[in-house]
Design a protein around this ligand. Structure first.
Ligand SMILES: [Zn+2]
Length: 216
């Protein structure tokens, strides 16, 4: 397939960043949203600007090497994570890095989120694994995440948070919210005595749907 990009990337990135805050998936200025543009450059949220106050002129455009193309602010400190995802996967149009509470519980415990819910496997691809630990803001975070994201819509960043990849900012936000909701449900099921995974054949069938949807 041709490299995926997002029409009206700045508008989509800004609207999604504000929804990320409203949905409680990040706190303060943490987390970041980006989208690939038609020329291959990346529109990304800036470092250290409150989402409530963020305006279209605060967004930054960087090239594939991470160098600034336009904008007056520094790009997000996790830009290397975003760039690694676009470089590895031509079908990815948007990347969201977030710190949702329940998904981060799994990331801190270094336990994968198991595939226990039909829609989770359809939209995420199956169990979401934890990456190798890498310090925040380093290129190693991206390398570790890409290893998990090859067949999944999301990865848990060890002792940190999560990252989701999708066709558009709205798609990556949907995956982020679904992973967080599933993490919360599974913690509840564990409290009731245990979460039961999907039967193996159904997990595979739903995973096939994910793999098909990702590239079409
Ligand atoms: Zn972070």
């Amino acid at each position: 397939m041709a490299t995926r990009f997002v029409q009206n990337a700045p508008d989509e990135v800004l609207a999604t960043a504000k929804k990320l805050l409203r949905k409680g998936l990040v706190e303060g200025t943490a987390g970041n949203v980006s989208a690939r543009m038609a020329d291959g450059s990346i529109c990304i949220t800036p470092s250290s600007v409150d989402y409530e106050e963020m305006a279209i002129e605060d967004l930054v455009v960087i090239d594939q090497a991470g160098e600034p193309v336009s904008g007056t602010r520094p790009a997000s400190s996790e830009k290397a994570l975003h760039l690694a995802c676009y470089q590895a996967f031509e079908e990815v149009g948007s990347v969201i890095h977030s710190h949702p509470v329940h998904a981060t519980v799994f990331a801190v415990a270094r336990r994968p989120i198991p595939a226990c819910i039909d829609e989770f496997t359809v939209y995420v691809g199956g169990e979401v694994a934890v990456t190798e630990y890498a310090p925040s803001g380093t290129p190693e975070v991206g390398q570790a995440a890409v290893a998990v994201l090859a067949e999944r819509g999301a990865a848990l960043l060890a002792n940190h948070g999560m990252v989701a990849v999708g066709k558009s900012p709205a798609d990556a936000l949907h995956i982020t919210a679904l992973v967080e909701r599933s993490a919360e449900i599974i913690l509840g099921a564990v409290a009731l005595g245990g979460a039961v995974e999907l039967p193996g054949d159904m997990n595979k069938n739903f995973g096939d749907v994910y793999r098909l949807l990702r590239t079409t």
